[in-house]
Design a protein around this ligand. Sequence first.
Ligand SMILES: NC(=O)C1=CN([C@@H]2O[C@H](COP(=O)(O)OP(=O)(O)OC[C@H]3O[C@@H](n4cnc5c(N)ncnc54)[C@H](O)[C@@H]3O)[C@@H](O)[C@H]2O)C=CC1
Ligand SMILES: O=C(O)[C@@H]1CCC=N1
Length: 332
Amino acid sequence: MCHVSPALFSAGLQNRQESYNVVDVETAATYQRPAEGLLCPFYLREASRPQPHQPATDSNMPQTVSKKLGFIGAGQMAEALARGFIDRGVIKAADVHCTDPVQARREVFEGFGCQAQTSNVDVVKNSEVIFLAVKPQYVSVVLKEVKQYLTDEHIVVSIAAGIPLAVMKESAGDDKRLVRVMPNTPCLVGETASAMCLGGKASDADGDIVKTLFNAVGSIFKVDEKLLSAVTGLSGSGPAYVFVVIEALADGGVRAGLPRDIAQQLAAQTVLGSAKMVLETGKHPGALKDMVTSPAGTTIAGVHELEKCGIRAAFINAVLAASTRADELSKL
Ligand SMILES: NC(=O)C1=CN([C@@H]2O[C@H](COP(=O)(O)OP(=O)(O)OC[C@H]3O[C@@H](n4cnc5c(N)ncnc54)[C@H](O)[C@@H]3O)[C@@H](O)[C@H]2O)C=CC1
Ligand SMILES: O=C(O)[C@@H]1CCC=N1
């Protein structure tokens, strides 16, 4: 579970009611890469740009979804999604059902107002949008188990890494409304970076329901299914890389003499603030880095050390390894 303390992020996240609009990556790809220092057209489109710290008003409150949600698998990611949706007001807790063989997990969900069932079939019978939130190797098993209870009214959303729509279709039947989403745990604090693709008989209207849910807890991009493994390697797994970075930065602060609690808050706030600068200015990260880096100053001394350690290759390799692993999961 991503036990991210909301307090840690409070300065950056309170009152943040905007959600980045859904962006179709195929459309975005037609834009040219921006010249250094210029705003990127992809982010420049006003409709797509997040606005800083907007207070909640009737017009920018998330839309609600009047559907019953079901989570098959009530583990870490299901909890982050359910809590995120409920906290952002897109769904009522009473309209969220879940099931899990582990009683403790069902109790966690009941603890924040959801309805726990003891069978996957009961969740299907009580829900309209069903999230498959089990480990990838159980997706087909679960779909075969509930197949005969899935009707035209159900949208089935798998968040499992690596399991293709074709496999879902094979297990659930080719008349089902199927969606794949790759979310990440920051949905818990309204800051997910997710991607989705539609399959089976899923309609654009089904996609809109999923988009509404995920826009309430961050942003969602529509991508071709062949890109979902890359998304998994980058943003699906990415929070773990960033947590490692935050921990390491805090260790550096402690090594340089700071108390641990202050070091950790400085590290996390630095990551949060830097991410917001990238999103809100639309500037290239390299240009923003140059703004921090004085000639013969402190920052370039630090950057030099990172480059000596191959920091860029390390992150590229991490994303690639996780993406490759996502592809492998479909073959298990
Ligand atoms: N944890 C993360 O950051 C992310 C996870 N995912 C995907 O989400 C899915 C769930 O991952 P986690 O939540 O991390 O795993 P988890 O292990 O925390 O949750 C899975 C839950 O499924 C339950 N379960 C096992 N067999 C079941 C069955 N037959 N019927 C119903 N429930 C069953 C388990 O008891 C467990 O509570 C995975 O497919 C993963 O690829 C996707 C994006 C990010
Ligand atoms: O590590 C995993 O398999 C899951 C999938 C994406 C993030 N966590």
